[in-house]
Design a protein around this ligand. Structure first.
Ligand code: DQQ
Length: 541
């Protein structure tokens, strides 16, 4: 199949060609942001995994460097899988990663690598000391499901480092995060009881970090602890292919983590309710923020990936912090992305009547950033929430997609739309009245079912509830549109959805942007601004 080259993303992180997956060891070092990622140097499918390496001054313009970590020692000779960086107190960055050390069975061990030359801000060369591997699966651990070490954190009281390794127990039933402790970053001993576990299946790519509890938009270094801190534990569910997190309390003495929500891991908050996996955060000391990276796979066919020669992108890095409610995180694209904004168009105080849509004209929108504030005239007509679907945003959106007329909503954006509207991706809200609740329930959804005339695509609707108070009628939406990706942030980053779409008509200058209202209540666009986005330096592509 022929894939239009104009569907390649412009400002999302990508190498010039080949397959990419998980973000690895993001860090800030001597004025540079470092980004490593799982990469197949030989093709656009998963395999031959090495760590590719890029650097940036601003997290937006990227320069590709040599491969940082590739099979070269017995304990990583069959693959260099995911891992993380820790900055030691003397400023030395250390990488720990999973090595595959036996053929065919994916036997997993943990290795360490140090920069050859610490005075090189680009950290081009990584050295693997002879004492590798430094952690091996022992004591009943499933050796083929034992991977993805986290950034380590240190307790000042006992001076010991801790890190997590993702695994599974109880015959595949329970996801597990094992804790390992070390005084010297060389000899690591497992704590018998895991930090946490839940009945979810394998935990890949765990991430564990502190957040300020007072809701300030500030990040914390990974070792910070104390009363002003809550912790976030994120795991990537291998079986379900999504990342979820809980907010909770970390008890250092007991070396245990307990989610705050009494529903525990049943209440799976997600960074993103769309295509977003194997994510990882890091602390950026330059701007005192915590930044989240996440991988978005293609949702075209593998044959199309091979034909176009590339597969996988990274989502735009997001600043993450705790919502003032303490119940969830907020996320927002790093401010640096705004430097790519070019020509813009603003629409103000525009009422969209039931059944109406309005085109935003005067700029190219295949590669754009759109921010919009909506105000619904009345919530009285909100449709009742079917109790059978009340707990399942995804199914609710599947049943009540953008084309199904509602009471309050669906209203939102049609992006990457064709002139005749045959193709369009809807990003929208829908408001429900729930029996026994005074607060209306807000659903955010991305509906790509009409995104392309190409019949071979995977086009599921994605949805999440938005825990926001819409009683004043107001809600905001931001969408980063980039040719074959739509990355949306509802209500200031309470609910996020990334979706990959591959229009066949709405490409380049043929892509249009509309505001639509398919409900029975008027919706006012208080303000909408759309910017054309420039293309940054992207690894030489
Ligand atoms: N991808 C890596 C593993 C990790 C998985 C291999 C998650 O280390 O568990 O490429 O996508």
């Amino acid at each position: 199949s022929i894939v239009d080259p104009r569907l390649r993303t412009g400002y999302h992180f990508q190498p010039p060609k080949n397959w990419i997956n998980d973000p690895n060891a993001p860090m800030y070092y001597k004025g540079w942001y470092h980004f490593f990622y799982q990469y197949n140097p030989k093709g656009a499918v998963w395999g031959n995994i090495v760590w590719a390496h890029s650097v940036s001054r601003d997290l937006i313009n990227w320069v590709a460097l040599e491969t940082a970590i590739e099979p070269s020692i017995p304990s990583d000779q069959y693959g260099c899988w995911s891992g993380s960086a820790t900055i030691l107190p003397d400023g030395t960055p250390v990488i720990m990663y999973t090595g595959i050390d036996r053929p065919n069975i994916n036997y997993q061990v943990q290795n360490i690598a140090y920069p050859r030359n610490k005075s090189d801000p680009l950290l081009r060369e990584w050295v693997k000391p002879a004492h590798n591997p430094i952690i091996v699966p022992e004591g009943g651990i499933n050796a083929t499901q034992f991977r993805d070490p986290t950034t380590a954190w240190r307790d000042d009281d006992d001076g010991r480092w801790r890190l997590l390794i993702g695994s599974v127990a109880a015959g595949g039933a329970r996801g597990v995060a094992y804790v390992y402790r070390s005084r010297d970053f060389r000899r690591w001993a497992r704590v018998r009881r895991p930090l946490h576990s839940a009945a979810t299946g394998m935990w890949e790519c765990p991430d564990f970090y502190p957040v300020e509890r007072d809701g300030r938009r500030v990040g914390l270094e990974t070792s910070v602890s104390g009363r002003r801190v809550k912790h976030v534990l994120k795991n990537s569910l291998d079986l379900r292919r999504y990342d979820y997190y809980t907010v909770g309390a970390y008890d250092r003495r007991a070396e245990r983590y307990v989610p705050d929500d009494p529903a525990g891991d049943e209440r799976r908050l997600r960074y993103d309710y769309g295509n977003f996996y194997a994510s990882k955060t890091f602390y950026d000391p330059a701007k005192r923020r915590r930044i989240l990276w996440g991988w978005a796979n293609e949702s075209d066919t593998a044959a199309a990936d091979v034909a176009k020669g590339w597969a996988g992108i990274q989502a735009i890095p997001r600043t993450v912090w705790l919502d003032p409610s303490g119940k969830q995180l907020l996320q927002w694209p790093i401010e640096e992305v705004e430097a790519l904004r070019g020509k813009s168009v603003t629409v103000k105080h525009r009422v969209i009547k039931p059944g109406q849509h309005v085109e935003v004209i005067g700029l190219q929108t295949a590669q754009a950033d759109v921010e919009v504030s909506f105000e619904v005239s009345s919530l009285a007509g909100a449709e009742p929430l079917d109790p059978a679907l009340a707990g399942d945003a995804q199914r609710l959106c599947g049943a009540r997609g953008a084309a199904v007329e509602g009471g309050v909503g669906p209203f939102g954006l049609w992006v990457l739309a064709s002139a005749d509207m045959q193709e369009r991706t809807a990003v929208f809200f829908r408001v429900f009245k729930a029996a026994g609740k005074d607060k209306p329930v807000v659903l955010m959804c991305t509906d790509p079912t009409k995104s392309s005339l190409n019949p071979n695509l995977y086009k599921p609707t994605f949805a999440g509830f938005v825990d926001t108070d819409i009683s004043n009628g107001k809600i905001s939406l931001r969408s980063l549109i980039d040719r074959s990706v739509v990355e949306s942030f509802g209500a200031g980053g309470k609910t996020c959805i990334l979706s990959r779409v591959y229009p066949s008509l709405s490409i380049g200058n043929n892509a249009r942007l509309y505001v639509f209202n398919n409900g029975k209540a008027d919706v006012r666009v208080s303000r909408l601004t759309a910017w054309q986005m420039k293309k940054p330096l992207m690894n030489g592509a």
